[in-house]
Design a protein around this ligand. Structure first.
Ligand SMILES: *Cc1c(COP(=O)(O)O)cnc(C)c1O
Length: 393
């Protein structure tokens, strides 16, 4: 079985590029050029240098002694929380802005929900001295005050979107509209493995540095490059795609994804797209979507802003459908408890998104010799208000 994208941009029946005629030229230009540019040696040299010096890679692969004792197996944490700006998102934003530069683009647009991708994009725009316009639902602008201020400080323009529910889906529509109107000079930086082909594959390749490092780091610790399990949380699915990437064709490595159940999959307050979604087209891609019987998007809910997306990257829809990956739906309360537990066992305060992946350690049964790699996608600084309100320390 082949799990990577095919020549037409599909993972099984999922993926593709369902875009309006007016966007066709932009998307095919990117389809034709992304691989050539990414494989160019000058491009790779510049990207690798910045990943090392600016992002702070390689991030550590940390053997978590006390957590391992608790789980009864060997647990390694891949520390994406140690990246500059606090999460894996910068790997992708940096890769895409370099690609934009190599394509001669001078202006960047992006969408953001919680603001994390907006901050990562504004960061690399400051670094590269490019104009940056971030579309953000008006509701989210109000909810994410600090991230909006970060973007302003970094020199970005934040455009509040007032259509629809005034959240991520509506911001995405506006970013696409902007790109359509400015095809010559503008590059659209998407924040996860979603959107029309080639975005899911391109973003997965930029995040694949995570599994590339895991392989040589695990070799040093365990004398093998292949763990028994890789576990990651999925919103759109970029940190999971990057963590799984080099293991996709190695069936001995079991892949586990954790999605956000919110209050529970049988309540109406959930973001567990793989459990609850049905096939449809969202943001240019055929995938699983939380939708009503007549195809209207259902507004998702999770305590974690980064997992609160009504779709899922087409790669993950396929990994779940084919049985290559196992998917757990984790509730708000379970994730909160796991955050506190990791903090007390290891002195690491994880992002609430990453905490969903940690819950799998208690839910799945492991053997004592199992080697588990779990990606901590981000740090918990941004979630302190949530932790203070919901946990008693
Ligand atoms: C955005 C975010 C996620 C979810 O995005 P993916 O594309 O699914 O990785 C997970 N963790 C953190 C810390 C995030 O900021």
């Amino acid at each position: 079985m082949k799990y990577a994208v095919d020549n037409n941009g599909y993972y099984g029946k999922f993926g593709g590029a369902y875009v309006p005629e007016i966007l066709h030229k932009n998307v095919s230009e990117l389809q034709e050029r992304y691989l050539t540019i990414m494989q160019d040696s000058a491009f790779q040299k510049e990207l690798n240098q910045l990943l090392h010096d600016y992002v702070g890679r390689p991030t550590s692969l940390y053997f978590a002694t006390r957590l391992s004792q608790f789980v009864g197996a060997k647990v390694y944490l891949k520390r994406e929380d140690l990246c500059h700006t606090g999460a894996h998102k910068l790997n992708n934003a940096l890769g895409q802005i370099l690609l934009a530069k190599h394509m001669g683009k001078t202006r960047i647009v992006a969408e953001t929900g919680a603001g994390q991708h907006g901050v990562a994009t504004a960061t690399v725009c400051a670094l590269m001295n490019m104009e940056c316009v971030v579309y953000m639902g008006e509701t989210d602008v109000k909810r994410q005050y600090l991230n909006v201020q970060r973007m302003y400080m970094l020199g970005a323009k934040v455009v509040p979107v007032t259509s629809g529910n005034k959240t991520l889906k509506d911001a995405t529509n506006e970013a696409i509209r902007d790109w359509t109107c400015n095809p010559k000079d503008t590059f659209y930086i998407i924040g996860s493995v979603v959107g029309p082909h080639p975005y899911p594959d391109m973003v997965a390749r930029f995040q694949a540095v995570i599994s590339e490092e895991i392989m040589w780091q695990l070799q040093q610790h365990e004398n093998t490059s292949y763990p028994d399990y890789v576990i990651a949380c999925v919103g759109g699915g970029s940190n999971a795609a990057g963590s799984f990437y080099h293991f996709l064709e190695h069936d001995s490595v079991k892949l586990i994804a954790a999605e956000a159940a919110g209050l529970g999959v049988d309540t109406n307050e959930s973001a567990a797209t793989i459990h609850l979604g049905r096939e449809g087209i969202l943001h240019g891609s055929k995938t699983l979507i939380m939708q009503t019987d007549d195809g209207q998007i259902v507004e998702p809910y999770s305590i974690s802003a980064g997992l609160d997306y009504p779709g899922i990257g087409p790669m993950h829809a396929f990994l779940a459908e084919s049985g290559r990956a196992q998917v757990y739906a984790i509730t708000d309360d379970e994730a909160l408890q796991a955050a506190l537990q990791l903090t007390r066992l290891e002195g690491i305060i994880p992002a609430i998104e990453s905490s969903h992946a940690l819950v799998v350690l208690a839910k799945h049964s492991f053997k004592p010799n199992d080697v588990i790699v779990l990606t901590v996608s981000g740090r918990g600084d941004k979630d302190m208000e949530t932790y203070c309100n919901r946990l008693t320390f």
